[in-house]
Ligand binder design. Structure first.
Ligand code: URA
Length: 438
């Protein structure tokens, strides 16, 4: 039974579970002890699952959440990026994190855009699961591009190009990785304290000095209700401040997809359009809003990100970043063997439901059902007409792309169900709130 007793035997996992079950605030020592015990294997997964369920129902105070986050950071290594240089000068580090939405390829544009200033952008990202895509899946549609860099390679790319997008190593907040796997199978993912601690533990461990969060609401988001997204933003900004990371958050809409492309190579192509000075206005607006917030956090006021998208500087930074990780920035994106058009059933202004479009893209093969599955890089959905546009019955409003024709009927059905009528509800990416922890 020693596996049921914590690492230093100062506490008892059962008492800690009961305390949270009964609504008591856990003290620092209890939190450190249980996270450490879970990481070492001394606290059993079923005990941690029970505690996750107790937290799901009882919540945590801001102090508990910050302590829980730092215990998860300490479960692995914390990168030190305080001496990253560009040229001869040490530069500040700044990163962005999105809580996940449909059509959200902002990272692909924002990371090189920020690198056109004297900053370094360490963007440690993940792969997609379910209806929201993952940044690494998108970039892996570029031939030769490598997501898995070791710490020395990460630093070398950052020093050379000012920007890196790569996979988080296994030693970055391993307690979060193990806890997320339990939450995923126990119905305890949708807990604001645990989502906040999970995201922030990885960002703090990554070593960034400043962080801007894009916290989404709407059907495409993790937490659809605006009030929940705002609360998540408040908690994450507080964790950042407690950990000495200059953190701010924009709370943004994802009731309808961002941009026109949903799917890996399709989103890379759209990101390139923006880097070439064009692209959908909603994506450009949100990219620039996040850029201004990130630059303000590192003491660069009065920046003009639009000018750097228009004059090619951001594209140059993108090309350098992709090449430094083995990718061919000029490669022709993979094309799906099968493309089906979807037409408007009636005339009038249209609406696209973000969750439905994300699910259609996932069903076409762009996403995975479980960890480790491969994705079809060319699959996804391209919207010809976006929310708020007036169409005539029979107009082509979207195309579904798939490598496997057998996937098309379900994807097309899902996309048709995501199409509605009615006046637009405002653009995706519209900023509803801004919170600053500095
Ligand atoms: N993303 C994370 O990294 N963790 C969560 O718990 C939810 C979303």
């Amino acid at each position: 039974m020693s596996a049921r007793v914590g690492p230093a035997r100062r506490h008892d996992a059962v008492r800690i579970i009961e305390a949270k079950r009964d609504g008591r605030e856990l003290d620092d020592d209890e939190i450190d002890w249980i996270v450490e015990g879970f990481t070492s294997g001394a606290v059993a997964p079923e005990q941690m699952s029970a505690l996750a369920m107790a937290i799901y129902f009882r919540g945590m105070t801001d102090h508990e959440i910050s302590r829980w986050t730092s215990a998860m950071v300490r479960s692995g290594t914390r990168l030190d990026l305080s001496t990253v240089t560009r040229g001869d000068a040490v530069v500040p580090t700044v990163d962005k994190h999105s809580t996940g939405g449909v059509g959200d390829a902002i990272t692909l544009v924002l990371t090189p855009l920020l690198a056109t200033w004297d900053v370094a952008v360490p963007q440690l990202s993940g792969r997609g699961l379910g209806h929201t895509g993952g940044t690494l899946d998108k970039l892996e549609s570029i031939p030769g591009w490598r997501a898995d860099l070791d710490a020395d390679e990460l630093r070398a790319v950052l020093t050379r190009t000012g920007a890196v997008i790569c996979a988080a190593g296994a030693d970055l907040a391993p307690a979060d990785r193990a806890l997320y796997a339990l939450r995923d199978v126990t119905g305890t993912v949708a807990s604001i304290p645990m989502i906040a601690a999970s995201i922030m533990s990885k960002k703090i461990a990554e070593g960034t000095g400043a962080l801007v969060l894009d916290v989404k609401f709407g059907s495409g988001a993790f937490l659809p209700a605006p009030a929940d997204a705002r609360e998540l933003a408040r908690v994450m900004v507080g964790i950042g401040a407690a950990a000495g990371v200059r953190t701010s958050a924009l709370v943004t809409a994802n009731h309808t997809p961002l941009g026109r492309a949903v799917g890996n190579a399709l989103e890379v192509a759209e990101a390139r359009e923006i880097l070439a000075g064009g692209g959908p206005a909603d994506m450009v607006d949100l990219t620039c809003a996040l850029a201004l917030e990130a630059l303000a956090a590192v003491g660069i006021p009065d920046a003009d990100p639009r000018a750097r998208l228009a004059d090619g500087r951001a594209m140059d930074a993108y090309r350098a970043m992709i090449s430094a990780q083995g990718g061919d920035p000029d490669a022709v994106p993979p094309r799906a063997a099968h493309v089906v058009q979807v037409r408007a059933p009636a005339s009038g202004p249209i609406r696209w439901d973000a969750l439905g479009v994300g699910r259609a893209s996932w069903l076409s093969g762009a996403g995975r059902t479980g960890p480790g599955e491969t994705v079809d890089h060319a699959a996804g959905v391209l919207l010809d007409r976006v929310e708020g546009e007036v169409v005539s019955a029979g107009d082509v409003v979207a195309t579904v792309h798939a490598g496997d024709a057998a996937r098309l009927p379900a994807a097309v059905d899902e996309l048709r169900a995501a199409l509605g009528t009615g006046p637009g509800r405002g653009p995706a990416g519209e900023v509803a709130d801004r919170l600053r922890g500095w």
